[in-house]
Design a protein around this ligand. Structure first.
Ligand SMILES: *Cc1c(COP(=O)(O)O)cnc(C)c1O
Length: 379
């Protein structure tokens, strides 16, 4: 078969199963309940004004990888700021969360090691683990007993790693990090927590570890992104001085790639300042998330407030998810339908995310429209 014919057939197959996707530009007038811009910082006025004043002095690109000549004063500042924020000795900033996870896991996990991963961990963690030759253990979602049982049965004799999302992106729930850290301590393991959705939201904005009042130490690695609540782009790994020194030398997604643009790093730094100075942003988001969940619950939806801005509305089939999405679009509300392989078969959903940008009117329109849409789901 010709290559292009094969591609066409695959696309046809996706369409038949309601799994076809396309990218679209969201028109201005839509209310976006799908963005990870929880704190409304991607359009932060303060940062935009400062950027306009500083733009003459900032290079537009970094020009090279960090180890060659692309490392800049502003990236160093950003790394120091993040290390302070996370109470760790040091930090490395890289291009994206996807790169941070794949690069970190590939660099630190060796053939003789064992890596335990929550079944709902983000795709970038799954791909990072695929790049290693270690023994892989997938444990049931947030199931500590299952995790410990499987750790005891592990075959490899090397280092033990436990990797978890801090907040699970499609479930919206928080990892049982205290229990995970306890287990890791009992088995001399290392914990890697992905704070993509916790940064800026949990633990005073500092992440999942702080949410539980845990202290960072040499056996805990905190990864996070600058692309979600921080409203910028890029990602970081925070940990001991030795870990960061090792990553500078070994992390392929930091070595064989151009360093982030100083403009982007400037935006991250300024948005982080706003995030710290305006705690009301995350308070509003969490209160609103609770409010929406309570109202939907009253009207018969099976939803639960998870302590985060993410509310998964699980409808089951891909078809129902698409119907509901399209119904909401007629009212200028946008919530993307999340389908397999992003979520398990039979759990297609609309993933509602709350933002500081949403007004009281936006919120009420969402609730009213979802009430009206109920017959589409419960037929
Ligand atoms: C979004 C996300 C990432 C990837 O971050 P990017 O900066 O978008 O590449 C990694 N982990 C989790 C849990 C995420 O939700």
């Amino acid at each position: 078969m010709m290559f292009v014919e094969w591609l066409k057939e695959e696309l046809e197959h996706l369409k038949n199963r309601n799994l076809y996707r396309k990218r679209s530009v969201l028109p201005e007038e839509f209310i976006d309940f799908s963005s990870n811009d929880y704190l409304g910082l991607k359009d932060c006025k303060k940062t935009k004004e400062k950027l306009c004043k500083q733009i003459e002095k900032l290079s537009l690109g970094s020009g090279a990888s960090a180890l060659v000549s692309g490392y800049t004063e502003i990236q160093r500042n950003l790394e120091k700021t993040l290390a302070d924020f996370k109470e760790t000795e040091d930090c490395i900033v890289v291009g994206s969360g996807y790169m941070a996870n794949t690069g970190l896991l590939q660099a630190v996990i060796k053939e003789n090691d064992t890596v335990c991963s929550d079944e709902f961990n983000h795709a970038s963690i799954i791909d990072g683990i695929r790049l290693t030759k270690a023994e892989k253990i997938i444990y049931r979602h947030n199931d500590i007993e299952d995790l410990e049982r499987k750790i005891k049965k592990r075959k490899n004799k090397g280092q033990l790693f436990i990797v978890t999302d801090g907040v699970f992106s499609m479930e919206g729930d928080i990892a049982r990090l205290k229990d995970i850290v306890d287990i890791a301590k009992r088995h001399d393991g290392v914990v890697i927590v992905d704070d993509a959705h916790s940064t800026g939201i949990l633990g005073g904005g500092r992440g999942t570890l702080f949410h539980y009042g845990l202290k960072p130490d040499d056996s805990i690695i905190q990864m996070g992104t600058l692309s979600k609540a921080v409203g910028s782009y890029g990602a970081f790994v925070c940990g001991s001085k030795t870990l960061i020194e090792y990553l500078v030398n070994k992390m392929r997604t930091a070595i064989f790639t151009t360093a982030l643009s100083p403009v982007q790093n400037f935006i991250s730094l300024e948005n982080l300042k706003v995030l710290k100075e305006e705690p009301e942003r995350r308070e509003y988001v969490l209160n609103t998330s609770r409010y929406i969940t309570d109202r939907l619950k009253e009207s018969g939806y099976r939803v639960e407030f998870k302590g985060t801005p993410i509310i998964p509305l699980i409808v089951g089939s891909e078809e129902k998810a698409l119907k509901l999405r399209n119904f909401l679009m007629k009212r200028k509300i946008f919530i993307q339908a999340i389908r397999p392989p992003t979520v398990p078969e039979g759990t297609s959903r609309l993933r509602i995310t709350v933002s500081y940008k949403h007004s009281k009117e936006d919120i009420d329109l969402l609730i009213e429209t979802l009430k009206e849409a109920k017959p589409l789901i419960f037929d």
